[in-house]
Write a protein of this length. Structure first.
Length: 279
């Protein structure tokens, strides 16, 4: 089948505009062909069997980033695989906020990324803040393997450790040495919100990286705030990506736990998606 025929097949699952965008993203990211190449017949060089297999995976609802094996984040390409959350534009905005406020750091400092997933936050901060000693935690061995691959790909040093922030953390070698900044994009979607989510997310992305119980939506934030109380240096900063539904509750929680200069920020869609505070 030709590229145009495969693109037409994608209309079984996507609208016309979405099918075109997904097909274009696929051939550009995975096969390295621009639309000029496509117009000039460059798609004739594609492996038909591989393209057919890719389209079948897309028709099955698999996210295009998993099909490609990569996702773009803050101007870099990151390896992603099933079992690891796909980086989101909102998380890019969180990184940019940190760099906006701390990008001038040139002294040595410690940064901890909790729930690193693909390592997109940790690797980005390590690349942009070369003097920082970046540590990244995750509960998933698969995620840590992908984060390790991404750190190597981008030539940065990130100390990767397996930790469950909800469990007691041993003091020895736990990373409890002081940090100047802690950042996390923890699970924050309540189970009751699942019916509003797109099928390809529910069917393919890791639920442990997405969901929290309806009766304790702030479970990870509370645990990370407790950790930050003793793991942050005086005047150290704590940044989160958040569920807009619980922004006010989280702001109150952080204030009650002693954080000052607590501030939220909206994402590009006007939703309160980020919060930070100072110890």
């Amino acid at each position: 089948m030709t590229y145009q025929e495969q693109k037409k097949r994608l209309q079984q699952r996507y609208s016309d505009g979405e099918a075109t965008a997904v097909a274009r993203y696929l051939v550009e990211m995975k096969y390295g062909l621009s639309m000029a190449d496509v117009a000039c017949g460059g798609v004739d060089s594609l492996n038909d069997a591989a393209l057919v297999d890719d389209v079948e995976r897309l028709l099955d609802g698999e996210p295009v980033q998993y099909v490609i094996g990569e996702a773009e984040f803050c101007g870099r390409r990151f390896v992603v695989r099933p079992g690891v959350l796909i980086p989101r534009p909102e998380t890019e905005e969180l990184c940019r906020w940190i760099l906006e406020e701390h990008g001038a750091w040139r002294e040595e400092c410690g940064i901890l990324d909790i729930g690193t997933g693909s390592g997109c936050i940790a690797v980005t901060l390590a690349a942009e803040l070369p003097e920082a000693a970046v540590t990244a935690w995750d509960i998933s061995e698969a995620a840590l393997a992908v984060a390790r691959e991404n750190a190597k790909r981008h030539g940065v040093s990130v100390k990767l450790e397996k930790h469950n922030v909800l469990a007691p953390i041993p003091s020895e070698g736990s990373g409890e040495a002081p940090f100047s900044l802690i950042v996390s994009n923890p699970p924050y979607v309540c189970r009751s919100e699942a019916e509003q989510m797109e099928a390809h997310v529910l069917e393919h992305e890791p639920h442990e990286a997405l969901f929290v119980p309806d009766d304790d939506a702030l479970v990870f934030y509370r645990a990370i705030c407790r950790l930050a109380q003793h793991a942050l240096l005086p005047d150290g900063w704590l940044y989160f990506e958040i569920n807009p539904l619980y922004a006010d509750e989280l702001m109150a929680l952080m204030s009650e736990m002693g954080f000052v200069d607590v501030e939220t920020r909206q994402d590009q869609f006007g939703k309160t998606r980020m919060i930070r505070g100072r110890k």
